[in-house]
Ligand binder design. Sequence first.
Ligand code: SAH
Length: 375
Amino acid sequence: MNSILPKLKNGFKNNEMIKESILKLIDKLSLNNHLLKDEYLMIFDNITFEETTYLYQKAYEAKIPYYQNRVFLRALIEISNYCKMGCKYCGINSSSNSIKRYRLSVDEILECCRLGFSLGYKTFVLQGGEDSFYTDDVLIEIISKIKLENPNTRVTLSIGERSKESYQKLYTAGADRYLLRHETASKRLYNYLHPNYMSFENRRECLENLKEIGFQVGAGFMVGTPTQTNDDLVEDLLYLKKLNPHMIGIGPYLCHEDTELRGNISGTLDQTLVMVALTRLTLPKVLLPATTALGTVDMTGREKGLKAGANVIMPNISPSENKKLYEIYQNKICTVDSSDLDKDNLESKVNSVGHVIDLGVGDYVDIERMVESDR
Ligand code: SAH
């Protein structure tokens, strides 16, 4: 069970006074990009569907000065579903016996990038479980070959926790960005969701290290994980404000029935959209994807995400036979149909909500110039 954002469901309606206070807090957040803990909590405890229209409009407006109505595309390649970690929510964790494991070879990954490049993508995101096959040397080979073959592109890694030395080598080899969701900023919830050999502190240290090295860094969290509270969500926003990452991935928790957390309810579209919008208002310059998980809870979830402040979409260009096997949660979109590979289709979805696709590399607004001249 989760008990977050309790008034979002069941047709709750606030009296005028509470409604006014929420709208005022949204205005204050839009203006200052910061609220006190109790102020965030007031929104979480009381927001109803009615106030979300205003919230989403404000969040949309907040990205306009930096990114206008542009949507950046990142080609996602799921390189391996082998994982040595035991995240209890994740369908490919080390204790899952029900899935067939796969990993892509160096050549297969390069082939995916060639396909992506020919489709016009300028960022390749290599995501996977923590698979010891991908040593520093193997990754250095992959990264440097991608960069050599596809000039003026960006390589993003999302392969979990590694040592600072390892991150440094990967950066030196040409990797530009790294996605490592903090998952939750609440130590209690982190410990509930992970086995005791995984460490809340280590994950945060990894994020610090990645920033120090110079990566564009992505943090992020799941919405609606079992036992999550509004206090936990406040912690997420306060932590993100302090970390100030370049990217933030937010998706609903989707219960996987072959994990230890089976039988729990999943996070919802509305809960996630509220968190996306509040995140945009808290960090207006951040690159914020309308995640695949958001598109999985609702057929037009990603489009709704764009209207609520998101500005990135990550089409999955993994080989079709692997897409289904990378089952971090069930019923993932685009595992059966490959509609995202059809760029016209994706473009018309994006256009349908008043946005346009930008096929540039899509760096974080403040470092665009620095990266262009430095690398
Ligand atoms: N091994 C990498 C990549 C993990 S998959 C890493 O540790 O960063 C990317 C993200 O998917 C995770 O960070 C997590 O937030 C999300 N995820 C995993 N299982 C999920 C589930 N059941 N529902 C929703 N999101 C999930």
